[in-house]
Design a protein around this ligand. Structure first.
Ligand code: GTP
Length: 302
């Protein structure tokens, strides 16, 4: 056994070792107290994470607000609700929050704590660990799995998720929603004539054009191949149609680096009808797209 291990019953030595040990922990261990009168403080706080977070332990021993005040605005009410729930039902807390450092940077912190009854309040025993790098990696992977690598647009999975969200908002609030399917005309010919690389370039530029013409709140995605889709929240058909027409004209007029007027799109539109399944909306837009192709391409059909 290494010499500096804590030996049970080691008296003074043991508490010195314990202190040394807790100060080196790559995180924070704490006791957090909340009185029935609402006052909160940290009777105990240790670990090297305290210096990382730049908190003053003496202040926190009297008042937890010095730490709570530096929580991200979005996360503060969530953490308070978790504390409340934990206090009421004596359930453990398992949550994460963003913590603002001086200078405006943020760190993500994971928190786990176990409550117990205490004198005139509740006492939690817990730990906090910095998970900023982990969260950044998660965000990177999430983006990767949501993004079409060629155009950088949301992929089918992400777009359908977005559509699901908007459909449920529509059903809840009765707001309008339109859906647009957009397909390049004779794209096989473009590939065959100008090469696959040029074809890829056209797809990428098309994505950029869509983003320029549409509003920030509209989601443009690539469904696959030469097919794109747009989710247009708060947009009835009377507003969606001119927007689609503007997009069609803009694409027709754009210089894609090959013969002018060679790149055109057919667009199928559908407006959501309250209560209908999401797939019915997609099918109606698909039928409109089919009609646009059938009627000669380079046109918008609703
Ligand atoms: N360059 C490139 N081509 C792609 C990609 N994905 C699909 N395609 C091509 O898109 C073409 C689609 O051809 P079709 O489905 O026959 O449709 P189309 O030629 O556009 O004809 P219409 O849709 O009827 O106007 C095929 O040649 C595919 O190889 C891609 O990522 N890059």
């Amino acid at each position: 056994m290494p010499e500096n291990n804590i030996v049970p019953g080691g008296g003074l030595d043991e508490s010195a070792h314990l202190h040394d040990f807790t100060e080196r922990l790559p995180g924070v261990i704490f006791q957090f107290y909340r009185g029935h009168n609402g006052h909160m403080h940290f009777p105990y706080l240790a670990g090297s994470g305290t210096s990382l977070l730049g908190v003053d332990r003496r202040q926190l021993a009297h008042d937890a607000r010095y730490l709570l005040d530096r929580l991200d605005e979005e996360d503060f009410p969530r953490l308070m609700a978790a504390i409340e729930r934990s206090a009421r039902y004596r359930l453990p807390i398992a949550t994460k929050f963003r913590f603002r450092l001086p200078g405006g940077r943020c760190r993500w912190v994971a928190l786990r704590a176990q409550p117990e009854d205490a004198d005139s309040g509740v006492l939690w025993h817990g730990l906090m660990i910095d998970i900023t790098e982990q969260m950044a990696e998660e965000a990177r992977l999430r983006k990767l799995s949501d993004t079409d690598p060629l155009t950088g647009l949301p992929n089918r999975r992400k777009l359908i998720n977005r559509l699901n969200e908007e459909v449920s908002l529509c059903n809840r609030h009765g707001t309008p929603l339109s859906f647009m399917l957009l397909d390049l005309d004779h794209f096989k010919q473009i590939n065959d004539t100008w090469g696959h690389l040029q074809g890829d370039q056209v797809l990428t530029e098309l994505g950029t054009l869509c983003r320029q013409v549409l509003r920030e709140e509209d989601t443009v995605g690539r469904l696959g191949g030469e097919e794109f889709a747009v989710v247009l929240p708060l947009t009835p058909m009377v507003r969606c149609r001119p927007l689609a027409e503007r997009l069609r004209q803009r694409i027709e007029a754009h210089d894609f680096g090959i013969e002018p007027g060679q790149i055109t799109v057919s667009i199928g539109l559908a407006e959501y009808r309250l209560g209908e399944p999401r797939d019915t909306l997609i099918e109606r837009a698909d039928r409109s797209l089919y009609a646009a192709k059938h009627q000669g391409r380079n046109r918008v059909v609703a």
